[in-house]
Write a protein that binds this ligand. Structure first.
Ligand SMILES: Nc1ncnc2c1ncn2[C@@H]1O[C@H](COP(=O)(O)OP(=O)(O)O)[C@@H](O)[C@H]1O
Ligand SMILES: [Mg+2]
Length: 278
């Protein structure tokens, strides 16, 4: 089966200023319906790369295509229908006087009818369990709720591609888990998800493909399972695979498989070993 890429880049170079480029020749195809994780050290180019997908940045050289159309000639406002970008810091995104207004801003900006704007706003408030906060200014909400509002505001525009830039940073474990359950649901509903994170366990648990950036270049790109098996290559980017994967590696001589990504998979493999011995 030949799945069309929804995003493609060729020879993508980006310089913020003269000198060393932040992106240094990125060739990439992201299949439609991917659940892609992007990892790499601070400053490796993750945010710069995804800002090219929604047209916030235009290539210094090379080209980026979204659904087959080059972004260089398309305004950000038009790309916003297709690619939703949830900012790394929710406070760089939120400016509405109330949560409801914040969420309705995007759909209204798309030029939809007031009835449609209202329908989408109510649906997003419900999907993100934010109804109780609809009339409150987002500024008075806690960080976890402000993060949820920032995701709901992008979700309400119903873009087929959703980019989340470190969505769980600053969240406690429970809020992070709740947010990721929502992201998983959006993926199951057919959205393409692009997730930047420093949390390797989260990337291993949720994503299907992983892209590793190092100094503005692609170090690794493939299925998440394959990528996390490349311990030595990952070390170049100072990335350590999830602990459960490291543990399985240490226990290779007991027969533990090397491509374990989650505690659940580890337990399954362990139980199989135990049964074989009994
Ligand atoms: N607005 C900017 N002006 C100048 N340089 C920038 C700007 N934003 C990022 N950079 C530089 O570009 C490189 C990539 O940054 P970034 O894409 O933010 O990395 P990441 O998201 O992986 O941490 C870094 O060297 C960073 O210092
Ligand atoms: Mg970043």
């Amino acid at each position: 089966m030949n799945i069309q890429p929804c995003i493609r880049t060729e020879g993508l170079i980006y310089r913020y200023e003269p000198g060393y480029p932040a992106l240094n020749g990125i060739d990439l195809e992201i299949p439609e319906h991917a659940y892609l994780g992007i990892i790499g050290q601070n400053g490796s180019g993750k945010t710069t790369l995804v800002k090219h997908f929604n047209g916030l940045l235009k290539p210094t050289a090379g080209e980026v295509w979204v659904y087959g159309r080059a972004t260089s000639s398309r305004p950000v406002s038009e790309l916003a229908r297709t690619v939703g970008y949830v900012f790394q810091n929710p406070d760089h995104q939120i400016f509405g006087a109330t949560t409801r207004e914040e969420i309705s801003f995007g759909p209204r900006n798309l030029g939809l009818s007031e009835a449609e704007v209202e329908e989408r706003t109510e649906e997003a408030l419900a999907a993100f369990d934010l109804e109780a906060y609809a009339e409150l200014p987002p500024a008075v909400l806690g960080f976890g709720l402000r993060r949820k509002v920032s995701v709901a505001a992008v979700y309400a525009m119903r873009p087929p591609i959703l980019i989340l830039d470190e969505p769980t940073s600053g969240l406690d474990w429970r809020s992070a888990r709740e947010l990721m359950a929502l992201v998983d649901r959006l993926h199951a509903q057919g959205h393409t998800i692009i997730l930047i994170s420093h949390d390797m366990r989260l990337i291993a648990q949720h994503t299907q493909q992983t892209l590793v950036l190092q100094e503005g270049r692609v170090l690794l790109y493939g299925s998440t399972r394959e990528v996390f098996q490349q311990h030595e290559v990952l070390q170049q980017a100072q990335i350590t695979p999830p602990q459960i994967n490291q543990l399985a590696s240490r226990l290779a001589d007991c027969g533990l498989p090397q491509d374990v990504l989650t505690v659940a998979e580890f337990c399954q493999a362990y139980n199989r070993l135990k049964e074989a011995r009994e």
